[in-house]
Write a protein of this length. Structure first.
Lengths: 159, 115
């Protein structure tokens, strides 16, 4: 039985999302799991019917990565790719992220940092988003979430 | 990850980062209210409340009535629902992924230290 720690997710400022999670494993191992395709294929984004169809990683500054998932039942693909800007194994890396159809096109910058303490590793992922045109996305999302539920959720998420 | 937030979401998050503005939104969830009614529970002047209302209005989270005297405020639900849904999907992606990763890391540790 593996240990699972809680995830924290915070919307910071007006353009940043920060995810933090601790793992019961040494830093090099957690770093490898985020940068080696044969390991990524076994966990990253694989859930609820989504499976990998492309998982390419060229881990060097200026090298690119591409992930593509497919959901057979929904007949949908999801893809993102980007370029590594900085790599300092096993402390962390910085990469751009270009998110493609069916979502809005654009580029974000992700900073991954891995900190080990007492044999456990805390990962922090900061994603900085560009400013976006106002309307495009709102039009794409038909939302039904109950309002009170939204408040509770947002209250919990925001600092 | 992964999903790009459009500037409507940016504006929403910026607007609700403030606890007073969240309290105002919670009050408006019960029904429309005038500036005076909104100011009452806070130790704040009416102009200070009006400033918060302006931010909320610019972010599209509330609208103001035409009545020049009262200009009642009312909640616009859609942007908040969008923000919530977006964060929900984001969180779900990471939670599910990291639970897989916990299992994988355990396997990797066992492989490294065979017993």
């Amino acid at each position: 039985m593996s240990v699972s720690y809680a995830l924290t997710l915070i919307a910071k400022g007006d353009d940043e999302i920060v995810v933090t999670r601790t793992f019961n494993a040494p830093r090099q191992m957690v770093f490898d799991a985020h940068t080696k395709p044969e390991l990524l294929r076994r966990w990253f984004g694989v859930r609820n019917g989504w499976t990998f169809v492309i998982c390419d990683v060229d881990l060097r500054v200026g090298g690119s990565y591409c992930y593509r998932w497919r959901h057979e039942a929904k007949g949908m693909d999801l893809q993102f790719r980007g370029v590594y800007r900085e790599i300092a194994a096993p402390d962390g890396f910085v990469c751009t992220e270009i998110f493609e159809e069916p979502f809005h096109a654009g580029e974000a910058v992700n900073t991954y940092s891995f900190v080990e303490e007492n044999g456990e590793t805390t990962l922090t992922i900061s994603t900085r988003y560009p400013s976006r045109e106002v309307r495009d996305m709102a039009a794409k999302s038909g939302m039904e979430t109950g309002l009170n539920e939204s408040y509770l959720l947002l209250d919990g998420l925001l600092v | 990850m992964v999903m790009h937030t459009p500037s409507q979401l940016d504006a929403t998050f910026a607007a609700i980062a403030d606890p007073t503005r969240r309290a105002i939104l919670a009050r408006l969830a019960e029904g429309e209210a005038s500036v005076n009614e909104l100011a009452a529970p806070f130790a704040m002047s009416q102009p200070a409340i009006s400033k918060h209302l302006k931010v909320l209005e610019l972010a599209g989270l509330i609208s103001r009535g035409r009545d020049a005297q009262k200009r009642p405020c009312r909640l616009e639900a859609q942007p908040l629902a969008d923000a919530s849904k977006w964060l929900d999907a984001y969180r779900e992606f990471w939670e599910a992924s990291f639970q897989n990763l916990d299992v994988l890391l355990d396997e990797m540790k066992k492989g490294r230290n065979p017993k």
